[in-house]
Design a protein around this ligand. Structure first.
Ligand SMILES: Nc1ncnc2c1ncn2[C@@H]1O[C@H](COP(=O)(O)OP(=O)(O)OP(=O)(O)O)[C@@H](O)[C@H]1O
Ligand SMILES: O=P(O)(O)OC[C@H]1O[C@H](OP(=O)(O)OP(=O)(O)O)[C@H](O)[C@@H]1O
Length: 215
């Protein structure tokens, strides 16, 4: 794939929401990663391949040049740190927000005010650490890899830091949002060296994506 370009995408919402952007760049995947077990997927353009990765691994593939470009959530980029990545575009897809949530009935404001140590479960350690440090709130962070909403229900934590979109998952688990940390959407990320070495192939894709971004 050294002569072509490789785009890293995760299955699910990022893949689905990227399809119209790919179409605008004249790129049509030859298989659907939801039904195929293949991790390298060709396209209608012989010089363009897709690699299917875990959402949180996208920046790593692009940082090391294993993929020339990729699409990753701002949440994932914040945890990664963005080293070696050029971030030319906010694609305005996979929109949600990072929030603090607690069980209904837990008085978060009072706990913060009296300086209590709060146990917070999250997959987003860096985001949570910076948020609470900036507010001067004392927290013990507990790293989880998913289903954060369960943690307060079983006594593992007082609060969670997680992504919220419709709020349906919080409601279903009798949790309430008490603080919004950051609005989240996905960005195009490009390997900085590839941008120089493969500019002729990459620039038209970046421009087509830019032209297809919905406000
Ligand atoms: N409910 C949601 N609504 C809209 N966007 C979301 C929602 N949940 C997550 N996202 C965004 O979509 C991105 C991809 O989410 P996805 O669920 O595919 O991966 P993940 O399960 O969070 O990651 P991983 O598979 O690496 O654990 C997230 O990084 C986030 O930016
Ligand atoms: O506010 P809502 O619309 O309910 O969305 C929020 C949920 O979406 C995300 O999970 P996702 O659906 O991606 O599941 P996953 O983390 O298991 O992939 C997030 O971790 C929340 O649990």
């Amino acid at each position: 794939m050294a002569n072509g370009i490789t785009l890293a995408l995760s299955k699910g919402r990022i893949f689905e929401e990227t399809l119209p952007l790919l179409a605008a760049a004249g790129i049509v995947p030859s298989e659907n990663p939801e039904s195929s077990r293949k991790l390298i997927i060709g396209t209608n353009r012989p010089e363009v391949n897709l690699v299917i990765v875990r959402a949180s691994d996208t920046p790593t593939y692009v940082q090391y040049g294993a993929a020339d470009l990729g699409i990753a959530g701002k949440d994932v980029l914040f945890e990664h740190g963005g080293v070696g990545l050029y971030q030319p575009l906010d694609l305005n897809i996979a929109k949600c927000r990072m929030s603090v949530a607690v069980p209904e009935g837990f008085d978060y404001a009072a706990a913060v005010q009296r300086g209590a140590r709060i146990r917070v479960a999250t997959k987003y350690m860096q985001m949570a650490r910076e948020h609470f440090a900036a507010k001067g709130v004392h927290v013990d962070l507990i790293k989880l890899y998913g289903s954060m909403e369960l943690a307060p229900l079983v006594g593992l934590a007082d609060a969670i830091v997680d992504l919220v979109s419709t709020g349906g998952t919080l409601r279903a688990n009798k949790l309430v949002e008490v603080e919004e940390i950051m609005q989240i959407s996905s960005r195009l990320v490009v390997n900085q060296a590839a941008l120089k070495l493969k500019r002729e192939l990459l620039q038209p894709v970046i421009e087509a994506f830019a032209g297809a971004v919905k406000p």
